[in-house]
Design a protein. Structure first.
Length: 502
């Protein structure tokens, strides 16, 4: 009886707290956060019932549809307090004019905090300014650019080409290019950042524990953002259960390895090493901070490059005339039987650059990016933004808007980037694929070199085709966009000349 009474009292207690939360605490909190969970406008209703999925493959396509049809090119999802814009003036305002009012903010840095720590990707203010300055100084040096070029070409020649040759030599040889590009870009960015070679593209070897843990940690961190409320993952973290337990284990594994690399470098002397970690070691003593700085680079430079390469090869397979134009340009500029030898030479390939930009216009590796408004504000299109609101700019939708790219915005047309055969970049706030303004991507030049080297080397050696041309892969958003199920069944054949021309 005593037990039953205490159970009953506990139940009453719980009811009391539940009602207090529902009626007294949640509404003011939600009001202050600018959220309206009760909003029944058409957009919020469609969002809450997920009825958009009847007509659209993924949320980004639905947002693109709404943004296209909005006169101001800005929409609101009231129930989650998110203002989404595809208006270049608004993008410039938040990324440049009023940069200080639109930081990444706490909600974002908490989600990635356990994985990225105080790394550049995850911080604002002075911590960000310090790393930005230090990294920009290093990345602008000629020596690091040629180091990146060296790494990428080594990986192409000794791993990527032999792998595709092997597949091409088999009858009906097919492979998942997305998986291949993910392994390729992880090898490259690890060597560039850490001076460490995980050898993911050596298929005879199992994926390294580091690569597996890194994959798991980015996947589980991204999943935190998809929970109904941050409370869900925070409670799981306190009790160390489920996905949070796995995340903790993956991060521990990454930390052990990172600390070991740092220890070895200190022991051997880091001054002669060319990788980023060694360069940063002369200005930073704190090993945990060093680990955080480098891990941000791995995350920033891995899946983005793989995603860009996957969509580029998919689009090229669908548009053979673009592939022919790339090859014709390379034969003219480099020479039909000659190899490119420096990254400067790649600058002369204007059509190739245009094709790379054009594929990311339609399939940006980072489809959308959010900031959190610090103080009440009004965007250039007249939209009022309350303090605390999440404001998202949407490169994926922007690439599909006629007012920005013209009536043929949905077509893959590299020519739109050329004037008299010379590549002309667009206003970066119209094309924020690498973000723009003060926090523009630090690896943009390296990424472009990587994409152009791979495209040129593979196109000149192989004929890569879709095994099932009628199948359109589904684009799936995440921290970085990918094709769900991969880019399966790409057929590789050696070029008709039969020999390698590079
Ligand atoms: C096609 C490839 C790439 C694309 C499309 C891309 C795009 C972007 C975007 C949109 C951001 C802003 C993200 C945000 O603030 O939330 C960013 C930031 C950044 N990217 Fe890239 N990126 C690419 C490759 C790379 C590579 C290869 C590296 C490393 C060498 C890199 C290093 C960085 C860093 C360090 C930042 C943070 C900059 C800051 O916060 O000041 N990125 N990138």
């Amino acid at each position: 009886m005593e037990i039953e009474t205490s159970w009953f009292l506990q139940f009453l207690n719980a009811c009391f707290y539940f009602l207090a939360l529902c009626f007294l605490i949640f509404p003011p909190l939600l009001y202050l956060a600018g959220l309206k969970p009760w909003c029944n406008c058409e957009i919020c209703h469609t969002y809450l019932t997920s009825s958009w999925s009847k007509q659209f493959d993924n949320l980004c396509d639905w947002y693109a549809h709404l943004l296209k049809n909005s006169p101001s090119k800005t929409i609101h999802i009231h129930v989650i307090g998110n203002t989404i814009t595809a208006n270049p003036n608004n993008v410039e305002y938040m990324l440049k004019t009023r940069f200080e009012n639109y930081p990444k903010g706490k909600p974002f840095s908490m989600i990635l905090g356990d994985f990225l720590g105080r790394g550049i990707f995850n911080v604002d203010g002075d911590l960000w300014r310090f790393q930005r300055k230090m990294a920009s100084l290093e990345l602008n040096k000629y020596s690091i650019r040629s180091f990146a070029f060296e790494i990428v070409n080594y990986e192409i020649k000794t791993r990527l080409v032999p792998l595709l040759s092997l597949v091409g030599s088999k009858k009906d040889g097919v492979l998942d290019l997305q998986d291949v590009f993910r392994r390729f870009s992880f090898d490259c960015i690890c060597r560039f950042s850490f001076g460490l070679d995980p050898r993911c593209l050596e298929l005879s070897l199992p994926m390294s524990e580091f690569a597996d843990s890194f994959d798991l940690a980015s996947k589980l961190s991204a999943e935190r953002a998809m929970t109904v409320s941050p409370l869900v993952w925070k409670i799981k973290r306190v009790f160390n259960i489920g996905s949070e337990k796995k995340l903790k284990e993956a991060v521990s594994m990454i930390n052990v390895l990172a600390q070991e690399v740092i220890r070895q470098k200190r022991k051997m002397g880091f001054f002669t090493h060319k990788d980023l970690l060694s360069r940063f070691m002369s200005s930073v003593d704190d090993d945990t901070y060093l680990r955080d700085i480098v891990i941000s680079f791995l995350l920033a430079g891995r899946d983005t490059v793989a995603s860009a390469l996957t969509s580029l090869f998919w689009l090229l397979a669908k548009h053979p005339h673009v592939e022919s134009a790339i090859m014709a340009e390379a034969d003219r500029v480099i020479g039909a039987n000659k190899e490119f030898t420096s990254f400067e030479e790649l600058r002369e390939l204007h059509y190739l650059q245009a094709a790379v930009y054009e594929s990311m216009r339609l399939y940006p590796p980072i489809q959308f990016d959010s900031k959190f408004c610090q103080k009440d504000d009004v965007l250039p299109d007249g939209t009022f933004v309350r303090k605390g609101t999440r404001v998202t700019y949407h490169p994926y939708a922007m690439g599909r808007i006629e007012e920005i790219w013209g009536f043929n915005c949905l077509e893959f047309k590299p020519e739109r980037w050329l004037k008299d055969g010379i590549f002309f970049p667009e206003n970066p706030f119209k094309y924020p694929v690498f973000q723009a303004g003060l926090r523009v991507c630090l690896g943009k030049e390296m990424a472009l070199v990587e994409l152009k080297c791979v495209a040129l080397s593979l196109l000149r050696k192989f004929h890569i085709d879709l095994a099932t041309p009628s199948h359109t892969p589904r684009f799936s958003p995440g921290l970085t966009a990918s094709f769900s199920g991969g880019l399966q069944r790409m057929k590789c054949k050696k070029n008709s000349s039969g020999d390698f021309r590079v």
